[in-house]
Design a binder for this molecule. Structure first.
Ligand SMILES: NC(=O)c1ccc[n+]([C@@H]2O[C@H](COP(=O)([O-])OP(=O)(O)OC[C@H]3O[C@@H](n4cnc5c(N)ncnc54)[C@H](OP(=O)(O)O)[C@@H]3O)[C@@H](O)[C@H]2O)c1
Length: 295
């Protein structure tokens, strides 16, 4: 990776460092030889590489970020909390680090999948306004559906049976491998050519949800059926386990996207110089998420 930013000798603070994307951003930065600080509410259970400086802090309590931000050259921001503390957190980042990469979503993209009203889009719109007003040098990355959502959603059904009971078999997306999101984030953190960048990131191919189930089945060597649920059956199946707004957000996005090819960009390849990983590759590298423990 070419690093043109002289701030690169200062540590990069990665928030969400124990999460799916942040953990991989940490790996990418370490591989580039950059000092890394990781923010977590629970340092004792963070389980991060030994050469990471693990810092306690909570985005809902901005004063707790002082130590983590002191001397940091850039911040990777994963916003997973309510909006209330965003102005105070972003003001601290702007004054201490002066460089920010935000993990957002493609809520501005004119495709039916991304255009259904939802609370997350409202949250991101607000956070992005606060960041713009702060004047901090920013890159926004906007991945579509993470490939690993399929593990979150289907792992236990596939481990414990031969069918995924799910709505909208024919709804398409272009799932993106989190390693590609993290690679773009790391480039953006380290190279000032990306200041002002606003990047919608997708995987390389449009796949229906039924395709994705079939590909996971092929990766683990079993035939997995897609047993289609109606939206109401899905509401019943997730009741008490999933927040209702998340269920409605997904149903609206899948329903509206039926009959539309998945939205895709070439941005990952343009930034990294190599094509994004396929969903086949992601599934082959994550069979553990779907294979029954043999113990
Ligand atoms: N899933 C998708 O398809 C998709 C698509 C586009 C965008 N996104 C966005 O991606 C983000 C989630 O990223 P992810 O999946 O990598 O995360 P994740 O695996 O859900 O992990 C959440 C992270 O947030 C941290 N966190 C939670 N509350 C916190 C707080 N109060 N203070 C500080 N840190 C806190 C957690 O750290 P500790 O628990 O260690 O403190 C953890 O590292 C969300 O903003 C989501 O909207 C997701």
């Amino acid at each position: 990776m070419t690093v043109t930013d002289t701030r690169s000798s200062r540590p990069v603070l990665v928030t969400g460092a124990t999460g799916r994307v942040g953990r991989l951003v940490v790996d990418q930065l370490l591989a580039a030889g950059v000092p890394v600080r990781a923010l977590t509410r629970r340092p004792d259970s963070a389980d991060l590489p030994a050469d990471v400086e693990v810092m306690a802090g909570d985005l809902t309590a901005p004063d707790t970020l002082e130590g983590a931000l002191r001397g940091a050259g850039a911040v990777f921001l994963v916003w997973t909390v309510l909006a209330a503390t965003a102005p105070a957190v972003i003001e601290r980042i702007a004054s201490q680090a002066g460089r920010l990469v935000l993990l957002s979503a493609p809520h501005q993209t004119p495709h039916p999948f991304f255009q259904q009203p939802n609370r997350l889009a409202d949250l991101y719109r607000y956070i992005e306004q606060v960041i713009a007003a702060s004047g901090v040098a920013t890159t926004i990355i906007r991945p579509g559906m993470f490939a690993s959502n399929t593990a979150m959603w289907w792992s236990s059904m596939i481990k414990n049976g031969d069918a995924v009971r799910w709505p909208y078999a024919q709804a398409e997306s272009a799932p993106i491998d989190e390693r590609d999101i993290a690679a773009v984030a790391a480039r953006s953190l380290l190279d000032d050519v990306h200041v002002g960048g606003d990047y919608v990131l997708t995987g390389p191919e449009a796949l229906t949800q039924a395709d994705q189930v079939r590909i996971i089945g092929a990766a683990i060597g079993r035939r997995i059926r897609f047993a289609e649920l109606s939206p109401d059956e899905f509401r019943t199946a997730t009741a008490g386990q999933w927040p209702a707004p998340a269920v409605e957000m997904l149903l609206a996005a899948w329903g509206a996207s039926l009959g539309h090819p998945a939205f895709m960009t070439s941005t990952v390849a343009e930034i990294l110089g190599s094509p994004p990983r396929t969903f086949e590759r992601w599934a082959a590298d994550h069979t553990d998420a779907f294979v029954r423990n043999s113990a």
